[in-house]
Design a protein around this ligand. Structure first.
Ligand code: CMC
Length: 428
């Protein structure tokens, strides 16, 4: 293969080097484009063909349905690792040794408290507030309670900031849900596992000791792992770009949470469940909704279908579909919405419109069914996604700062008015 790409503008040829990744992905390095061409830029709305960085964290091949964190297959990690091991792997690059794992967990536990004044902020939100808005605000508010900025040149400083957010975020998640339900805000326990404690903090009733259900612990652990990173998606790119201005970790994460909220991104898990419920209430006619999804004059989209990168299948959806069957079976729950979901998926997989556009169920298609079986309210689904994605965002933020990436600042092609003289108010 040639080692350069040539662009011709106005009869003039310019050569650009190629960059090849460890999985043989090819990129044209256009860093010098503006300077050598005298101002030409590229344009690529939605960044469908644009790499924003070089990264060693997550590899995905959308054509083959491959997803790997730091080289390890998602299928193996979901089967054999727990969420904190995966978090450590993503952030620091290697699976932790037993000692590193224990220290990591102990350091996170030591940080799993928040200032009592945070409760006042939570109290100020109306019960009707969407949990994603609340958690984005609380994450940002952590900056106020932890004002010292992170010295990114100090591994120790960086580590402290990382364990701090991994400790405090689950508390904020649980409190966001409990506030909505009118339950007292509690801290769980530091003598149980990370995921066990998330469940305890979320579900313990004031008058009843919470008993762990291994099925739920295992299901949540798996869901968090599957959501932990997904390279340069909308929220991760947001975290990196906000962090590139040297905004702090918590502020960058808060921005990522806001980006995740949208229904085309993490908000899809809530949208899927609402869609499936809507179809059920409308008599369960999946064909009617398939037709709506294909009708270009109808804004309806089949939520939980399609992906910017996966054009074969979403490996996460495969694992989650199996997990949904297992969890519902183990819990003895029958959910008619799961049948509607399976019906829709079957129809879509043999429908020309979906086949031609390579639209397959994505990670969000089945996750809400599991969350619901676990007793998590629909409005909390995207917050659970954020909880899983947290290590990925942290890893990407850390990588961006350690690589000393420049501030993110895209260009544009201006299509507005050219110069026109100002017209005084009385003359308009
Ligand atoms: N239902 C019906 N048609 C669809 C859908 C859908 N869910 N998704 C894409 N299409 C059609 C779209 O109308 C377009 O058709 P045409 O070529 O005739 O104009 C074609 O497929 C390509 O779609 P696109 O919007 O250009 O693709 P994209 O890569 O910009 O968008 C997507 C990807 C995920 C935003 C989109 O598929 C979508 O809106 N899906 C539903 C929302 C969803 O489930 N999002 C969760 C994504 S996975 C979790 C995460 O990582 O955030």
């Amino acid at each position: 293969m040639s080692d350069k790409a040539t662009i011709e503008i106005d009869g003039e040829k310019y050569d650009f080097p190629l960059i090849v990744g460890t999985e043989n992905e090819v990129a044209i390095d256009i860093k010098a484009l503006r300077s050598i061409t005298g101002g030409a830029i590229t344009i690529d709305p939605g960044f469908k063909n644009t790499g924003s960085c070089e990264s060693a964290i997550t590899f995905l091949d959308g054509e083959k349905g491959i997803l790997r964190y730091r080289g390890y297959a998602i299928e193996e990690l979901a089967e054999k690792a727990d969420f904190l091991e995966v978090a450590y792997l993503l952030i620091f690059g290697e699976l932790p040794t037993k000692e590193q794992n224990e220290k990591f967990h102990a350091d996170i536990k030591a940080e799993a408290v928040v200032d009592e004044d945070v409760k006042k902020i939570i109290d100020a939100f109306p019960k009707s507030a969407h949990p994603m808005g609340v958690i984005a605000s609380l994450t940002s508010a952590l900056t106020a309670f932890n004002p010292s900025s992170v010295n990114v040149n100090s591994e120790e400083d960086m580590y402290r900031a990382i364990v701090k957010i991994l400790g405090k975020f689950p508390v904020l998640v649980a409190w966001t849900m409990r506030k909505k339900q009118g339950l007292p805000l509690n801290y769980g326990s530091d003598s149980i596992g990370y995921v066990e404690n998330i469940l305890k903090m979320m579900f313990e009733k004031p008058n009843h000791t919470y008993e762990q259900n291994p099925i739920l612990v295992n299901a949540l652990d798996k869901l968090l792992i599957l959501h932990a990173d997904h390279e340069q998606n909308c929220s991760t790119s947001t975290v990196r770009i906000v962090g590139s201005s040297h905004a702090g970790l918590f502020a960058s994460l808060s921005a990522g949470i806001s980006a995740l909220w949208g229904p085309l991104h993490g908000g899809a898990n809530q949208a899927v469940l609402e869609m499936l419920e809507g179809i059920k209430q409308d008599g369960g006619d999946t064909k009617k909704y398939m037709a709506k999804a294909k009708d270009k004059d109808d804004p309806f989209r089949l939520m939980g279908f399609g992906h910017r990168v996966y054009k074969n299948f979403d490996p996460r959806a495969k694992i989650i579909k199996k997990a949904a069957d297992e969890v519902l079976g183990d819990l003895g729950v029958t959910d008619p919405v799961l049948d509607i979901a399976k019906g829709l998926a079957e129809e879509a997989l043999s429908d020309d419109y979906f086949v031609q556009r390579k639209l397959y169920p994505n990670v969000d298609f089945y996750s809400g069914i599991i969350y619901r079986a676990m007793g998590i309210p629909v409005e909390m689904f995207t917050v659970m996604f954020a909880l899983g994605r947290l290590p990925g965002w942290i890893a990407q933020w850390r990588e961006m700062r350690l690589r000393k990436e420049p501030i993110g600042r895209p260009r544009q092609v201006y299509i507005g008015e050219t110069y026109r003289p100002f017209v005084n108010l009385e003359d308009r």
